[in-house]
Write a protein that binds this ligand. Structure first.
Ligand SMILES: CC(C)(COP(=O)(O)OP(=O)(O)OC[C@H]1O[C@@H](n2cnc3c(N)ncnc32)[C@H](O)[C@@H]1OP(=O)(O)O)[C@@H](O)C(=O)NCCC(=O)NCCS
Length: 141
């Protein structure tokens, strides 16, 4: 079942991370990152999903650091709505060279990225702490 279009918010600069972001972070990745650094930005669907980015405005670049959807809400199109909203907002700011890393075994995430116009562009050997490689993806425009 696909989700209806939902409201996606961007966390205002300088605001602390809401508790629901830490909850989703732990559920998806087993740990919760702390507040945003000045060059970071976060978009979210409260209680359901968030995407955290690192921005390099001078280079027109941004890197997707983490994206997570609540386990009970996956597979309904929320990840795609969220990622597309981030891409639109970043493009409006002139950030059109987008990058990310993903585990080759993370099929749902790779499918999401491909559905949103990302393409593989490299591999980092033994990138993750457990020795798994990282695939690099990019999106331009
Ligand atoms: C990756 C993740 C964010 C996807 O979010 P989601 O809301 O479930 O994804 P969507 O429902 O928007 O699906 C997006 C696309 O991926 C596909 N997809 C989603 N889950 C899938 C799965 N389990 N298997 C295969 N394809 C899948 C969908 O079919 C869709 O493609 P389509 O539009 O061509 O049909 C979510 O699974 C998640 O939070 N995973 C844990 C955290 C994580 O691994 N994050 C990425 C690494 S930073």
């Amino acid at each position: 079942m696909r989700a209806e279009p939902v409201d996606i918010l961007r966390l205002p600069e300088g605001e602390p991370l809401p508790a629901w972001v830490a909850r989703l972070d732990r559920l998806a990745f087993g740990d919760a990152w702390t507040g945003l650094a000045p060059h970071e930005a976060l978009w979210g669907i409260p209680d359901l999903a968030f995407a955290r980015w690192s921005r390099v405005p001078a280079a027109g670049e941004a890197e997707l650091l983490r994206i997570a959807v609540a386990p009970e809400a996956r597979g309904r199109g929320l990840g795609r709505q969220l990622l597309e909203a981030c891409q639109r907002d970043l493009a409006e700011e002139g950030l059109v060279f987008l990058f990310l890393e993903v585990r080759p075994t993370n099929a749902p995430a790779i499918r999401l990225y491909e559905a949103c116009g990302w393409e593989p562009c490299g591999r980092r050997l033994r990138y993750y702490g457990d020795g798994e490689d990282a695939l690099l993806f990019q999106r331009v425009g």
